[in-house]
Design a protein around this ligand. Structure first.
Ligand SMILES: Nc1ncnc2c1ncn2[C@@H]1O[C@H](COP(=O)(O)OP(=O)(O)O)[C@@H](O)[C@H]1O
Ligand SMILES: Nc1ccn([C@@H]2O[C@H](COP(=O)(O)OP(=O)(O)O)[C@@H](O)[C@H]2O)c(=O)n1
Length: 214
């Protein structure tokens, strides 16, 4: 079973993806870490984030082991990732790796922005996880504070709004709900509530598939 989870920054898609992966015993890929990893290499090498050729070069030689780096989760890297992710050659270079992960025997859970639309258009389950910008900014502020990063919630809200706009308005694989994705608005749900909603959606879909064969 392939589960595709998309949504805007700090909506809770990664948390849900991890829980569903544990529940179903599936491997999980947080695809945002790929773009964060490319952005980090660019910054480390002193490359400009708008240098498309340099970004494509780093994406083409991307080592999956690079994503196991806690420093990628910082606020600055999320912003930088959103800039490099808008370059079509970067997305093209990272496509095969993501598809191969999704298509391993037994399936996988992937979360990002374009999983249901571009990476796994045939996914068995597609969820679009969202929440209001204010709720997302609060959650990200708590997360960053927990990691010891300085927190300015108003600045985080501004980042989130700018990143929503950049990710939704770009030409290459914009953040958009797939036609056949089910929306989960997590604004008023705790993590357990989000997981329960997702499991109900998945069971409902499986039930419909089984019924259609009877
Ligand atoms: N339903 C929820 N209620 C409260 N906090 C949540 C919820 N879902 C996720 N979080 C917290 O919000 C932050 C962002 O969640 P995360 O799953 O990393 O979002 P995303 O992957 O969409 O960026 C994390 O600190 C996470 O623990
Ligand atoms: N499948 C994906 C995943 C992330 N991204 C980009 O990478 C950035 C960082 O993604 P992320 O998922 O790590 O960010 P958060 O939602 O965790 O804040 C996003 O703002 C997108 O621009 C993407 O374009 N496509």
């Amino acid at each position: 079973m392939i589960i595709a989870i998309d949504g805007p920054a700090a909506s809770g898609k990664g948390t849900l993806a991890k829980r569903l992966a544990a529940h179903f015993g599936l491997p999980h890929l947080d695809t945002g870490m790929l773009y964060r990893g490319v952005a980090r290499q660019m910054l480390d090498e002193g490359a400009r984030l708008d240098d498309v050729d340099a970004a494509a070069g780093f994406a083409l030689s991307f080592e999956p082991g690079l994503i196991d780096d806690e420093r990628l989760r910082g606020r600055e890297m999320g912003e930088a990732a959103s800039v490099v992710a808008a370059h079509p050659p970067v997305r093209a270079a990272l496509l095969a790796l993501q598809r191969a992960f999704a298509e391993q025997p037994g399936g996988a859970v992937l979360d990002g922005r374009d999983i249901g639309t571009v990476i796994c258009p045939g996914a068995d389950i597609k969820l679009f996880v969202t929440a209001t910008p204010e709720v997302r900014a609060r959650r990200r502020a708590l997360e960053l504070a927990g990691r010891g990063e300085p927190v300015d919630e108003a600045a985080i809200l501004l980042d989130i709004r700018q990143r929503d706009a950049r990710d939704s308005q770009r030409d290459a694989a914009p953040l958009v709900k797939a036609d056949d994705a089910v929306v989960i608005d997590t604004s008023a749900l705790d993590v357990a509530g989000v997981v329960a909603s997702a499991l109900a959606i998945i069971e409902g879909k499986r039930h419909r598939i089984i019924s259609s064969f009877q």
